[in-house]
Structure formats: C-alpha cells, structure tokens
Design a protein around this ligand. Sequence first.
Ligand SMILES: [Zn+2]
Length: 275
Amino acid sequence: MRDDAEFPAATASADASAPACDAATERDPGTGQARPAGREFKARGSFVERCDGCRLPVLNCLCPYRVSASSDIRVWLLTHPYEHNKPTNTGRLIADVLPQSEIFTWYRTAPDARLLERLADRRFVPFVVFPDDQPDYQHRVVDERAVTSAREDGFIPVFILIDGTWRQARRIFRKSPYLENLPVLPLHTDRLTRYRLRKPASASHLCTAEVAAELLRKSGEGNAADVLDDYFDVFNESYAASRIYHKLDRPTAAMQRLLARRATGSSSLQLFPSS
Ligand SMILES: [Zn+2]
C-alpha cells in the first residue's frame, strides 16, 4: 500500500511499444491501423533499456544482488491490476526474496480462483495486513503474537499484502468478501519510508516491500527481513541513480552484504545465478 500519484499505470509500462494516448492516434492510410500521431505521448522511462531479469534500467541492474531467504511465513500479494506493469512496484521484490510468495491479481468482480483455493486450505492461517484505524473491524484486529501462535500450532502463517496505492488498497479491503472474515494485522512502527521512486503523502507511509520487511522482523523472521530490506535498498538506490543516468561506481553497504550472502551461502540461504 502506498501513495503514488507519480504516473498512471497505463502509461508506466516498461514496454516501449506501449500504446499512445487514445486521443493522439490517427489511422494509417495504408493499413487502416491506428497509429500514433506526431506528438506521441511516451511514459517516462519508455526509451530506457531495461534488464529482462529485473526490469530495472541496465545501467544499474539489480540481478547480481538477488538473494532468496527462507521463512516460516508466506506472503501472498493481492495486487491491483495497475501495479503489475509498474517497474517501480516493490511487491515483486518480496517474491524475489521469498520464493514461496504468490501474486494474485485483484479484480472487483472476479475473485482469483487460485486465491480462493488457498484461503480454503487448512494448512494456512492468513492475516490481512491493513491499518487498524477504522472502528467497524476492530474485532478482527490482531498483533504479531497471533502470527507466532499460528506457527507454534503447526500452521503456516500468511501475510496477505494488498499491493496498490492507498486508495486502491482501501477499495480492495472493502470490496473483497473473501477477506471479510480474516484477522487484520496492522503494522505499528516508527520507521519512515526510504522509498525514493514515488512521492508519499506522508513519510510514515511505507511501500509494500518495507511493510513486509517490518512485519517479518516483528514476527521473528529477522534473517528474511534483513535480506528483503537490503534488496529493497539496492533496488531503491539503483533505480533512483538510473533516473539521473548515474552509474553507481562502487557497491553500497547493502550491496556488499547481499554479495557476501551470495558468496558464502548457508542452509538458510538459496542462491540465484546472476542473469
Ligand atoms: Zn537485472
């Protein structure tokens, strides 16, 4: 969940062949096909060469720093359709670090069948991660102790993270009947956002990857939280530098830690080859 009015998703595609604005199209007299008018609108960054692996500009590619961690807690992302194409989306970072994560697309009228199947699976105890600031669902609010006891009872705790802007997240939370009876897990933290790629309305509004890292840490998954935090920082720094066409010339502290994890490896770490 986050604020981001930076650009509408439909124009944020990494694909340089993304359609231009409807109003700016005209017909090709030869083919009858619509074609862009002379003043074609292009999303910011459309012409940037991007890595196929991480979708970041190749100038500062994220792939060498990709490390996965194991965790007893799963993450299911319930992602607004507009988020999927945004290269600035941070939900996907979670799926890189925690390979058992699942990503579901939210549609108002058609719940994802695979998600409904997961919700009915008794092995899992899912929590909807959401602020506890409205009175009507206070009876559903729990804290990290509920996560710990689910794990101790032999279940697999799951964080359902709603991935979209704050406005989209509120809508998804309110308009999804299959979330209505699930416990609500709010994140209470003093942490301020370090996300530099979209401008938040408030520094206390964390982006999706930051929320996941904080909740993992509070729930006793410190190693996974550290890896995700470092990976997020590298994403953040690399992307921000590429926007001003700056190549990072030496590894940041977070980069060095991730490279060290890749180099040493351990039973709690799985390594991905560089792509
Ligand atoms: Zn890459």
